[in-house]
Write a protein that binds this ligand. Structure first.
Ligand code: ADP
Length: 220
């Protein structure tokens, strides 16, 4: 069975990437890089990079490829043993190509791409309910929760979680990020998970685990 060490998570906004990323990180003992969380932290810390990113994020636009490529490259260069999960990157085919180059120069490749497949309607409902902890990034579907049940931090609604911003993000997702999923699919690297309303996160994790086992065996 192939040992899976380098993961990419692809999915629409609020498709559950963060939650499944935490599950994978616990199960496979891997570090996760969430570009969205990292960019939000830069904004909170008022760094130059944060200021640059903020102007795009406030308009619900993707941050330019070169900005995101830079932070991912720095993070990957520091990552210990070339084992990780990338959540929210790559989000454009140009980013995927940059990542490919970076990895192939080091004799590495991506082991698996988890594609969280979800309908627009479900995501729209979720986004309007979503709150995120400003300290540990824990996410809940409960628009009235004030205190983080994990760390006691303050739960906030993200600025980009509103209906207008959502419409823009979905359009970008369809035109720029779905091609990334297809790019990896054509290389036989994708494990696709259907996310539906009636399924709890733990059911999704169970299916993910089963499918990853089958996938790892097929790659042996
Ligand atoms: P979501 O998956 O709900 O859109 P994220 O936390 O992954 O949220 O990202 C929040 C925002 O950060 C995005 O809408 C985008 O502006 C920016 N961002 C994150 N990752 C990338 C990326 N790989 N390329 C460009 N912009 C990004």
């Amino acid at each position: 069975m192939k040992k899976l060490k380098r993961f990419i998570l692809v999915g629409g906004p609020a498709s559950g990437k963060g939650t499944q990323g935490r599950y994978l990180s616990d199960t496979f003992r891997l570090e996760t890089l969430s570009t969205g969380a990292l960019l939000r932290r830069e904004i909170e810390n008022c760094t130059a990079l944060g200021r640059r990113a903020q102007s795009y994020m406030d308009q619900a636009k993707l941050v330019p490829d070169e900005v995101v490529n830079d932070i991912v490259r720095t993070w990957l260069a520091d990552a210990d043993d070339s084992s990780w999960i990338l959540d929210g990157y790559p989000r454009t085919v140009a980013q995927a190509e940059t990542l490919d180059n970076f990895l192939s120069q080091r004799g590495l490749g991506i082991d698996v791409v988890v594609w969280m497949d979800v309908s627009r309607k479900l995501i729209e409902q979720r986004i309007l309910q979503r709150r995120e902890c400003s300290s540990c990034n824990f996410v809940v579907q409960n628009s009235t929760l004030e205190i983080c049940p994990k760390c006691g931090g303050t739960m906030t609604t993200r600025k980009d979680d509103n209906i207008d911003a959502f419409a823009k993000r979905w359009k970008d997702f369809e035109s720029m990020t779905l091609p990334v999923a297809r790019y990896y699919e054509s290389r036989g690297l994708v494990v696709k998970i259907s996310v539906t309303e009636e399924r709890e996160a733990c059911d999704v994790s169970r299916e993910l685990s089963e499918k990853l086992n089958v996938y790892a065996e097929s790659k042996d």
